[in-house]
Design a binder for this molecule. Sequence first.
Ligand code: IPM
Ligand code: MN
Length: 353
Amino acid sequence: MAQFKVAVLPGDGIGPDITAEAVKVLGAVAARFGHGFVYTEALIGGAAIDAAGSPLPDETLSVCEASDAVLLGAIGGPKWDTTDPNGIRPEQGLLGIRKALGLYANLRPVRIFDALIDSSTVKPEVIRGVDIMIVRELTGGIYFGERGRVGDMAYDTETYHAFEVERIVRKACELARARGTSNVCSVDKANVLESSRLWREVAHKAVADYPDIELWDLLVDNCAMQLVKNPRQFDVVVMSNMFGDILSDEASMLSGSLGMLASASLGDGPGLYEPSHGSAPKYTGMDVANPTATVLSAALMLRYSFGLEEEAASIETAIERVLADGFRTKDIFEEGRELVGTSRMGDLVAERV
Ligand code: IPM
Ligand code: MN
């Protein structure tokens, strides 16, 4: 029996609720396929600030480093919000763990479940068949550049080194190959930003090693528009940390809800899997949050960290069937469907696995 060590970082707000459902569904996978998942829980974000005075305690990092993969819920909440430049914030835990584990590639697959095609705010004929892989650079750019305040002025810096652009573009090309597509779109703002001009230059050099890939450039403002105008033109889309943060939230709405958008963050060590949404503090402990993004993230963990493709697909198929059977959490609810809570949604998926 294969044994996999998984660090579980529930975090804040709805984080504990949604990670519990992912663990429940992994339990069903373990039972069906005969694998063993061994979980170690650790603190991150606001919960870690409260308990240990730091959003990313050393012990949490050690637990993650000793694991085969990390499953994370969500972090943050009004309790810890501050505009104090020296303040301690939950987000530092998330950014810190991404950096410490070297998770430079963030994959956010956007696909449309047939059963949800009418519940998107975008017309069915526009979104039918959409299947996009957003590849977001995750350990560079303005998120990690120099920032500060001088008197009543504040600044943040967008910095990219060629090697950071090269490795994320290569990752995008490899993902495109694995998906059987040649279509890779690189998003930048090269008409204004020097960092984007470097990005564009390096991207085209890197792709020279992939004669089967056709790399095309798109300015970020145009991309934001094209994503709702004609999303089917996209397959793999690669971009900087900040652009990826913004455009992935936008793209998630094609699938009906941010509650459906999973993510995988990959580097050279253990991968980290988390939903793309936040901690929705107002729904804490209310059993209303949609656990699907987290459950789908667990499927990505099986696929990318453990190489368990059939097991990953079994979760994705189970979710498709739950939706086809008419069950909906609050965020994707429509008249005539059955409204279910977080835990019931997890049960339904686990049963179908
Ligand atoms: C995300 C989140 C984070 C980010 C926040 C919570 C720091 O919005 O994962 O997209 O901006 O990366
Ligand atoms: Mn975000």
